[in-house]
Design a protein around this ligand. Structure first.
Ligand SMILES: [Cu+2]
Length: 114
């Protein structure tokens, strides 16, 4: 009987920890569900190369390339994205945000925030 209480304590700690993860940062299919625009990375290209969102909206990049890439945009850079990885960024200010891959700077794209 004494062993049950510590187990319950650990279980409730695990539940709290799970509840604190941010779904937008997860590498799951749910990420794409929160996207206002999705940019696919394939063959060293962002597709579409330009997307338009409104302020407060989110763009999700999905790497379907065999090579790994990053997205350097709006003063930040994604972690290295391997095949199947996704990364999202929410744009809070209007403007035109040109971006590139931090690993392959010739890879370029644009997010227009209206
Ligand atoms: Cu790249």
């Amino acid at each position: 009987m004494k062993a049950i209480i510590p187990i319950l304590a650990i279980l409730s700690l695990l539940l709290v920890a799970c509840g604190q993860t941010a779904p937008v940062e997860e590498k799951s299919g749910e990420t794409l569900g929160t996207a206002d625009q999705v940019v696919t990375i394939n063959s060293f290209k962002f597709s579409p190369a330009e997307v338009t969102v409104r302020t407060g909206q989110t763009v999700v990049w999905k790497n379907q390339d065999s090579a790994s890439h990053t997205i350097a945009i709006d003063g930040t850079e994604s972690p290295e994205l391997f095949n199947g990885d996704t990364w999202s960024h929410t744009f809070d200010t209007a403007g035109t945000f040109d971006y590139l891959c931090g690993i392959h700077p010739s890879m370029k794209g644009t997010v227009v925030v209206e």
